[in-house]
Design a protein. Structure first.
Length: 300
């Protein structure tokens, strides 16, 4: 299987243009599978591999306490490999066809409690005129108030701010554009930040909204560090990434009774299924509506 796998690694890099990191991940997973098949069944010829061998490999991964997500990734790598063998190496049957992936346990999104957000979103006293502090404070507030992805925040331009309609134009995945409302407080914060930026960097309105002190567009690691620094004071928060503020935005809307289709549009999801994860509190909310509105409900 070594020759076939080597040709596969060359193919995904040179033809499919996979990144070096992805190639390395595929290589680790497929080499691990090849080692298991060799040790367990003394098989080196991929044409002899059946769904039985792959299932036993999956069972071994589960017994070694691999997470379901990790197992899914390994199965995906193997599936891509066998598709390559079918297309270019003359493999007649794909042993992956009978493979059923282990069910994943749905994880609820991590959310910042509302009470903790009040302090987190407040600018620290005495730093109002410091460019980095004003910028980072606006970033954190905007990520939560507009539910932006980190990449969307980074790509914002000054001209994307519609002050008259109090909207911002957001460019999401696949270059899809959407308009997200902002409140007066956010708009004032934006204008204050832009004033400070103009004094220090002398940038025009066509440039990126968020720039480093050196006048370059901000980058993903910087945004992560800024958000992490704001959230680190919150106890028992499992993760402290920019995406947590997006989760919090959507969950707070859902918990307050917002329509799921409206949340979908605000988040820029292409599928309603992606938004439904934020409806985990829906049964509780529906029960409250029932008790309040139905004639035979318990009103106590």
């Amino acid at each position: 299987m070594q020759k076939e796998s080597k040709r596969f690694y060359e193919y995904i890099v040179s033809v499919e243009r996979y990144s070096e990191n992805t190639k390395q991940s595929y290589q680790n997973d497929i080499d691990s599978f090849a080692s298991f098949i060799l040790i367990s069944y003394e098989i080196t010829d991929p044409t002899l591999i059946t769904h039985f061998h792959i299932r036993s490999w999956i069972v071994s991964l589960m017994e070694s306490k691999c997470s379901t997500r990790t197992i899914h990734r390994k199965i995906s790598a193997l599936s891509t490999f066998f598709k390559f063998l079918r297309k270019f190496e003359g493999l007649e049957k794909d042993p992956m066809k009978k493979i059923v992936r282990p069910k994943t346990q749905k994880r609820l999104p991590i959310v910042v409690p509302e009470n903790d957000l009040t302090q987190t979103l407040r600018l620290k006293a005495g730093t109002e005129n410091e460019y980095s502090a004003v910028m980072s404070n606006l970033m954190v507030n905007l990520l939560y108030s507009a539910g932006l992805r980190r990449s969307e925040l980074i790509s914002l331009l000054e001209k994307d701010i519609d002050r008259d309609r109090m909207l911002i134009k957001v460019t999401g995945k696949g270059k899809k554009e959407r308009f997200v409302p902002i409140n007066e407080q956010i708009l004032k914060m934006m204008d204050h930040y832009i004033d400070v930026k103009r004094l220090i960097l002398k940038q025009g309105s066509d440039n990126f909204l968020f720039l480093t002190i050196h006048g370059k567009p901000v980058y993903p690691k910087l945004v992560y560090n800024i958000v992490n620094g704001h959230l680190k004071s919150i106890p028992n928060l499992e993760r402290k990434s920019p995406h947590i503020l997006r989760h919090t935005f959507a969950t707070h809307l859902s918990d307050s009774g917002a329509d799921i289709n409206a949340i979908k549009m605000l988040l820029g999801h292409s599928s309603l299924a992606a938004t439904q994860v934020y409806m985990h509190n829906a049964p509780h909310r529906l029960k409250a509506v029932y008790n309040k509105s139905h004639p035979r409900a318990d009103k106590d």
